[in-house]
Design a protein around this ligand. Structure first.
Ligand code: FE
Length: 178
């Protein structure tokens, strides 16, 4: 019971934050998405063509239900090593470590992406970022905030990504090319 109350309070806080900068339509979306997460682990999106059966409930909530992980909780937030970030769902190459920066927002932030491998779609007052190959939800992109010269912040959920270190990535690429 206290856990439900906690969830409710968190939801209210999220809605309050969003209502400052967004319209009501989007608030409805978030409520619907949160409810959906509790239903089952069956894929409820027609546009996802890859198997989702191995996703954890947390991964499913973000990648499929387009949820958002709590800030400062993601495993990849403070990763600074050389390497690449791939789609958790299909392995598509999405971001490179040299584009990662610390925005202080609590989510992994990148000022550049592998453009041909991501898809951008308007989502209320924001722009949604998803994987162009499998349709998995990654996060949102924001512009002109002044963080870096590129004036772009891909705000991405850790849970949507895998980090592959440079040596491992090069090894995989070499064996693919042979
Ligand atoms: Fe993908």
């Amino acid at each position: 019971r206290s856990f439900n109350l906690y969830k409710y309070i968190i939801l209210l806080v999220i809605i309050s934050i969003i209502s400052i900068s967004c319209n009501g339509k989007e608030i409805n979306n978030i409520i619907v998405q949160t409810n959906k997460a509790d239903i089952s682990n069956n894929n409820n999106r027609d546009d996802i063509k890859v198997s989702t059966s191995k996703l954890t409930s947390k991964e499913y909530e973000v990648l499929i239900n387009k949820g958002t992980e709590f800030p400062f909780t993601g495993d990849l937030l403070d990763v600074k090593s050389d390497g690449v970030y791939t789609c958790k769902l299909c392995g598509n190459l999405l971001f490179k470590s040299d584009a990662k920066f610390n925005s202080g927002t609590g989510w992994p932030s990148f000022d550049d992406a592998v453009a041909e491998n991501i898809k951008l779609v308007k989502d209320g007052c924001r722009v949604e970022v998803s994987c162009a190959k499998c349709g998995g939800h990654l996060g949102h992109v924001f512009y002109n905030e002044g963080f870096t010269d590129k004036q772009t912040r891909y705000c991405i959920n850790s849970v949507s990504l895998n980090f592959v270190n440079k040596a491992e990535f090069e090894e995989t690429n070499d064996s693919t090319n042979k």
